[in-house]
Design a protein around this ligand. Structure first.
Ligand code: UDP
Length: 338
């Protein structure tokens, strides 16, 4: 696939190679996890994917099943997992991530990022492996305006009890567990704070759908494009290849040991702007409608990526227009196959 080839040329150009490495990916059947599994396999790694298919999909990894270096373990990582195999790298990505899921599955989300993180850390500790934890821009909550773009040093403005707390506080606790294992056992750990990522394979169904796939599917099917609030709130949308490139550099580079790094596109986009752009790129006749803003919806979100530039020589390469065109093409194909 074009995305995998692009990733290879970017990562090999940066001297990053996973050939011969044994990698465990929790949440490997999810949107980001499946791209990571696919890339690692194509680069010569052996990959064990752990997923309970809570929000991940079998169809995301079915094309990898024939690869003799791929192993799928159906398991909920919030329960302990004993594997006889040893690993060089453990990547803990398993978690539901859609705000609609925060309402319906708050306990599962808390468990995946607290106990799940402990279980991933234990696997890494037994293997003397490096661990990468997939954290989120949500650890910053609703940042004060003077902290946007947000650097890693910002401690956040997060509600401990609001509807998003199950995710935000779980990810914050996950980070604390990672740092505790690092301090107590001297483990090699890395934490990536992922900003809104989009691309092919994202779910658009009601409860799993994030804003980009929802707007695209609404636009392609002629349904109203549902903007929450006035649409003046912002996000920084990162195309999947940019995100995976940054995550894999962070997992690989020796100098990144112990570090916490933002990986996200630094173009800040208003949600209304996103709706209009998707409408234009799809040539849709859909009307844009306005609905109540969910409680605690962050007003602005944009990363300060100077640390990723310095430490990983990483920067986003795919513009929002280009990334959306590719994502729209994937959704068009999927809808016509239906
Ligand atoms: N959003 C929207 N319409 C939708 C879904 C989401 O306007 O149908 C808004 C949402 O309120 C938020 C932004 O889009 O301000 C991003 O939402 P998403 O669910 O993708 O994730 P978040 O960044 O809030 O975790």
């Amino acid at each position: 696939m074009r995305e995998i080839e692009e990733l290879r040329s970017r990562l090999h150009g940066a001297g990053v190679s996973f050939s011969g490495m044994r990698v465990l990916v929790t949440g490997g059947a999810g949107f980001l996890g499946s791209w990571i599994c696919e890339y690692l396999l194509s680069d010569g790694a052996s990959v064990t994917c752990v997923d309970n298919f809570a929000s991940g999909l079998k169809s995301n990894v079915s094309h990898l099943m024939q690869n003799e270096n791929f192993r799928l373990v159906e398991h909920d990582i919030s329960k302990p997992l004993e594997l006889s195999q040893r690993f060089d790298l453990v990547m803990h990505l398993a978690s539901r991530a859609s705000p609609f899921e925060f309402e319906k599955y708050p306990i599962e989300i808390l468990m995946a990022n607290t106990m799940g993180t402990v279980h991933a850390l234990e696997i890494a500790r037994r293997s003397e492996a490096r661990l990468l934890y997939a954290s989120t821009s949500e650890v910053y909550g609703d940042p004060a305006p003077e902290f946007v773009p947000t650097p890693e040093s910002y401690n956040g403005n997060v509600s401990t009890t609001g509807p998003r707390s199950c995710y935000d506080e779980a990810k914050r606790a996950g980070e604390a567990f990672v740092m505790a294992y690092r301090r107590q056992y001297g483990m090699d750990t890395r934490i990536v704070r992922i900003f809104n990522t989009y691309g092919p394979r994202m779910r658009s169904d009601d409860i799993y759908g994030r804003v980009v796939p929802r707007f695209i599917e609404q636009a392609l099917t002629g349904k109203p494009i549902t903007v929450f609030g006035t649409g003046e709130q912002t996000r920084s949308f990162t195309y999947v290849t940019d995100e995976v490139d940054g995550i894999l550099r962070l997992a690989y580079v020796d100098e990144a040991e112990g570090e916490v790094v933002n990986i996200g596109n630094n173009r800040e986009t208003r949600i209304i702007e996103l709706a209009e752009l998707i409408k234009r790129l799809t040539g849709s006749e859909s009307e844009i409608t306005f609905h109540p803003l969910p409680k605690d919806d962050p007003k602005r979100r944009a990363p300060d990526i100077s640390k990723a530039r310095r430490l990983l020589n990483w920067k986003p390469e795919v513009s929002l227009e280009e990334g959306l065109r590719r994502t729209i093409a994937w959704f068009e194909q999927r809808l016509s196959a239906k």
